[in-house]
Design a protein around this ligand. Structure first.
Ligand code: G3I
Length: 305
């Protein structure tokens, strides 16, 4: 294949990107997005603060712009994210207890119902595990509603949109030996054993010198897949430049291709200048939209699969 999406499709995988509302103002970015990618994640527009700015008053215009463009151009959509400790609307941030639990479940139900039939996979719960060596849950207002908040969110999402794949999504879960990776793995194993509806695990894959691409990534992806879930790289970006950066992108692609249930890769933006890492160059296209070495290594690795 001569594009990322075509090359990924040769092994029945997708290649996606995050896109934001401001992409529509840049025709060069839109041309690249349409040509190279066939899975779209809204970078911010479908999060809790964007979709429910006032309690039980929903706002879908910004999400719809992205979802409708994707569908009109033959692309699938990854929904991001139904429940998260971060980017909560102001009215939710100081809630607690049953009030918060019910507000969260109402959000999951209403948003998943609104987008029913249009979403390939939802990040139902995002970033619920703690960094560091505990392997346990992150403290948050949602966690303090009870340890079962994650499974409650997944059950509500399944009831609202039975066709969407339901994913747990997190970062720094790439290295198999990390406690956080083990914590998430144990949760997924428990969910599968008890019949909690979960279909996939997203690995955000934000890499930098403090969190390098691990050499055992294929082991991590393979072990999760062996639990009976799909795995996906959901927010890939890698700090750096040149051949060294390109080789790391290649390693990610090779890790995914080595696992049958790794169904796709999404990068977290198109051009370096679009990245949430304001001063970095972690993506596949430079600020002018030129293909970087990282692009070429990624494309070649997909084609070699
Ligand atoms: O839109 C407002 C603008 O009106 C305002 O003037 C400006 C001032 O700060 O803020 C703008 O909102 C920013 C928004 O991005 C849109 O640019 C928020 O401050 C900023 O916090 C927000 O950052 C996003 C971040 O999530 C928030 O947690 C990044 O764009 C987005 O790339 C990032 O994405 C996350 C994933 O959702 C989850 N995994 C990690 C990943 C990277 O942090």
């Amino acid at each position: 294949g001569s594009t990322l999406q075509a090359a990924a499709a040769e092994t029945n995988r997708y290649f996606g990107t995050a896109m934001a509302g401001h992409y529509f103002n840049n025709s060069g970015t839109m041309t690249i997005t349409n040509r190279e990618f066939n899975m779209i994640t809204a970078e911010n527009e479908m999060k809790m603060d964007a979709t429910e700015p006032s309690q039980n008053q929903f706002s879908y215009a910004a999400g719809d712009q992205i979802v409708n463009w994707a569908r009109q151009n033959g692309k699938q959509v990854r929904g991001h994210a139904l429940a998260w400790h971060s980017q909560q609307p102001g009215w939710m941030q100081n809630m607690s207890g049953t009030t918060l639990r019910n507000a969260m479940l109402n959000h999951v139900t209403k948003v998943a119902t609104y987008y029913k039939g249009k979403i390939y996979a939802w990040d139902v719960v995002n970033e619920a595990y703690a960094d560091g060596s505990s392997g346990g849950r992150r403290d948050s207002n949602l966690q303090r509603t009870g340890n079962d908040w994650i499974e409650a969110a997944f059950r509500a999402a399944r009831a609202a949109d039975p066709q969407a794949k339901l994913c747990y999504n997190d970062y720094n879960t790439d290295n198999w030996s990390h406690a956080k990776t083990q914590g998430v793995y144990n949760m997924v194993r428990d969910f599968k054993a008890r019949g909690v509806p979960i279909d996939c695990v997203g690995f955000q894959a934000h890499f930098n010198s403090g969190n390098p691409v691990p050499s055992n990534y294929h082991t991590t992806l393979g072990n999760f897949a062996a639990l009976g879930v799909d795995v996906q790289i959901t927010e890939l970006d890698i700090e750096g430049s040149g051949t060294s950066q390109a080789e790391q992108f290649r390693g990610i692609v090779q890790a995914c291709l080595s696992v049958a249930r790794c169904t796709g890769i999404t990068v977290w933006g198109v051009k370096d200048s679009d990245s949430w890492r304001a001063s970095g160059t972690p993506l596949l296209f430079d600020g002018s939209g030129n293909k970087k070495a990282a692009y070429t290594y990624t494309l070649n690795a997909l084609n070699a699969g």
